[in-house]
Write a protein that binds this ligand. Structure first.
Ligand SMILES: *[C@@H]1O[C@H](CO)[C@@H](O)[C@H](O)[C@H]1NC(C)=O
Ligand SMILES: *[C@@H]1O[C@H](CO)[C@@H](O)[C@H](O)[C@H]1NC(C)=O
Ligand SMILES: *[C@@H]1O[C@H](CO)[C@@H](O)[C@H](O)[C@H]1NC(C)=O
Ligand SMILES: *[C@@H]1O[C@H](CO)[C@@H](O)[C@H](O)[C@H]1NC(C)=O
Ligand SMILES: *[C@@H]1O[C@H](CO)[C@@H](O)[C@H](O)[C@H]1NC(C)=O
Ligand SMILES: *[C@@H]1O[C@H](CO)[C@@H](O)[C@H](O)[C@H]1NC(C)=O
Ligand SMILES: *[C@@H]1O[C@H](CO)[C@@H](O)[C@H](O)[C@H]1NC(C)=O
Ligand SMILES: *[C@@H]1O[C@H](CO)[C@@H](O)[C@H](O)[C@H]1NC(C)=O
Ligand SMILES: *[C@@H]1O[C@H](CO)[C@@H](O)[C@H](O)[C@H]1NC(C)=O
Ligand SMILES: *[C@@H]1O[C@H](CO)[C@@H](O)[C@H](O)[C@H]1NC(C)=O
Ligand SMILES: *[C@@H]1O[C@H](CO)[C@@H](O)[C@H](O)[C@H]1NC(C)=O
Length: 445
């Protein structure tokens, strides 16, 4: 192209400057620095707001966390042989069983063996293996128990099938630390090989007829029957969507790199393979109308309008097919992502274990932008936007755990809770709150 009209030049300049204004890059610390007499350029591994160390784990490796309106920090640990699976931080170096050691100790054990086959506990009244936590704006703590403990974690680990009753969602009123409700699942919603990995809520009265709000839960099943599980929190009814939809399945033969080292999955007694986990990160848009999500082992970000997820297939409708047909592929985002979080401005945070970073998907510019990067971010697992304007996230060095390294545990305590300030004065999204107390029963779906 030889000649550009002045008009064309002006429009291009407008576009460029518009793009400039949308990128948050100029406000970030550069990840590049120079050193030595020749001022050789190198990568500092760092950009974005300051990363603060909030808590150190010395006894158990954390998975999920949630921070309450008063700054109480709750953590969970999949187990295993750990003494408890749900905890509360008591000071910078210690946690304790929450709400009590008793509720973390199923009287009949974590699993049973029938004809040589192991099954997870079916006990709805005790915590078995808690994977994820969430605090809704009304300061209710929601506890997601997979009902599938790891057996023999240090030798030849295995994970038993779930039995109805064991996998559950439990709500705890933080004003008196007592369980309000327990939701369990029928076997055609939570399969024996399901694995509930994370959860989000829309508590507004108008999202369901019963007015009690809705829970969206991701099923990351390593066995491959992935998808979303919804619970109508007023009635206890639950249902699935996007079961084995390609957007929820693990990526094909994914080989990520951590700290510059290509990663293959090396489990005792198994040939070298690939990470098998599917749908993992999920977050609602600011107004709850869109769900953003992705499998653990994929470069791609997907979305679906939540109305399709709320449409219960029990209506005998075309709900299943409609949901399948309305998934959007939002394109690549620059790496595999673990858990997601969101904030009051609609930022969708994505934890990026390959980059030791957290990225943000901006639904206005349709681009992924950098948020924070730090060499201490050795496998960011779960993040939680606090009421105080900080993004809290757990670090657990997962790629070095025994289960992924032929039984050799290469992790080093302490595990961490880190935090960094969210951009532009963002805080926890309170728009999806209210409703709250609901009218439902503590019931199975
Ligand atoms: C875009 O930002 C860069 C870096 O701040 C600046 O040098 C450049 O002039 C900007 N371009 C436009 C069109 O505003
Ligand atoms: C996304 O980009 C737009 C345009 O630059 C900006 O106004 C907005 O603050 C960014 N963040 C979110 C959450 O939309
Ligand atoms: C900068 O260079 C000096 C001298 O070569 C070296 O000791 C130091 O570790 C370097 N710092 C970084 C951050 O690379
Ligand atoms: C840049 O990074 C340094 C070191 O991590 C930190 O102290 C500083 O606050 C950061 N500055 C900004 C503007 O984020
Ligand atoms: C933290 O709490 C633990 C358990 O209660 C206690 O043993 C330890 O001394 C406390 N540490 C600090 C620094 O307060
Ligand atoms: C644990 O693994 C060892 C070694 O494979 C095996 O001998 C033992 O039976 C296993 N224990 C259980 C409870 O599965
Ligand atoms: C906690 O408060 C609820 C009402 O919100 C009440 O039903 C329950 O009995 C209380 N539990 C305890 C242990 O005080
Ligand atoms: C619920 O009401 C809010 C206004 O309070 C509205 O913005 C939203 O679209 C409604 N949601 C549904 C699912 O009807
Ligand atoms: C399915 O049933 C629910 C509850 O009865 C209702 O709110 C929803 O609109 C129905 N969906 C369809 C597609 O009929
Ligand atoms: C929690 O319990 C307190 C009383 O202990 C009650 O006032 C409050 O409404 C309860 N919160 C919810 C969300 O039910
Ligand atoms: C609560 O349970 C009672 C008794 O089982 C039942 O009649 C009622 O319909 C249930 N309410 C809701 C909202 O599910």
């Amino acid at each position: 192209m030889k000649v550009l009209s002045l008009l064309a030049l002006t429009s291009i300049a407008n576009i460029v400057s518009a793009q400039n204004s949308t990128a948050s890059l100029p406000s970030l610390n550069s990840t590049l620095a120079n050193n030595g007499t020749r001022r050789v350029r190198y990568d500092t591994g760092t950009y974005g707001p300051e990363v603060e160390e909030v808590h150190y784990f010395y006894d158990q490796w954390p998975i999920g966390l949630a921070v309450s309106s008063t700054g109480r920090i709750f953590t969970c640990y999949t187990r295993g042989s750990y003494a408890y699976t749900l905890g509360e931080v008591v000071n910078t170096t210690a946690e304790r069983a929450y709400p009590s050691q008793e509720l973390n100790t199923p009287p009949s054990g974590l699993y049973s063996t029938i004809n040589g086959i192991q099954f997870g506990s079916n006990d709805p009244n005790y915590f078995i293996s808690v994977q994820a936590l969430f605090v809704t704006p009304d300061d209710t703590l929601w506890v997601l128990d997979t009902g599938r403990p790891t057996i023999n974690a240090s030798e030849a680990p295995s994970m038993p099938y779930a039995v109805p009753g064991g996998p559950k969602l439990v709500s705890i009123n933080l004003s008196n630390d007592s369980i309000s409700r327990t939701y369990t699942f029928p076997p055609d919603v939570h399969f024996p090989d399901s694995y509930m990995n994370d959860l989000r809520f829309d508590m507004r009265e108008n999202v369901t007829e019963s007015g009690g709000g809705i829970a969206y839960i991701v099923d990351s099943s390593n066995e491959g029957r992935t998808g979303f599980i919804m619970i109508n929190l007023g009635t206890g009814e639950s249902w699935r969507h996007l079961t084995q939809h390609p957007s929820t399945l693990r990526g094909y033969a994914d080989v990520p790199s951590y700290q510059g080292i290509p990663f293959y999955y090396r489990s005792l007694g198994m040939p070298v393979g690939y990470q098998q986990e599917g749908l993992d990160g999920a977050e609602l848009s600011q107004y709850g109308d869109v769900m953003y999500y992705s499998p653990l082992t994929s470069n791609y970000l997907y979305s679906i309008e939540t109305s399709y997820l709320r449409d219960s297939p029990s209506n005998g409708s075309l709900a299943t097919i409609r949901a399948f047909n309305n998934v959007k592929n939002l394109g690549q985002r620059g790496g595999d992502a673990n858990g997601f979080s969101g904030d009051s401005l609609g930022n969708v945070y994505m934890l990026m274990p390959e980059q030791n970073a957290i990225y943000i998907y901006n639904s206005t510019t349709l681009e992924t932008v950098p948020y924070v990067r730090d060499p201490r971010i050795l496998w960011p697992d779960s993040a939680n936007a606090g009421f105080d304007g900080y993004l809290y996230f757990t670090i657990n060095q997962l790629p070095y755990q025994a289960d992924w390294n032929y039984g050799v545990d290469r992790r080093e305590y302490p595990g961490l809770i880190l935090r960094s300030r969210m951009p532009d004065g963002a805080s926890k999204n309170l728009l999806l709150g209210s409703g709250g107390s609901g009218s439902g029963n503590a019931t199975s779906g």
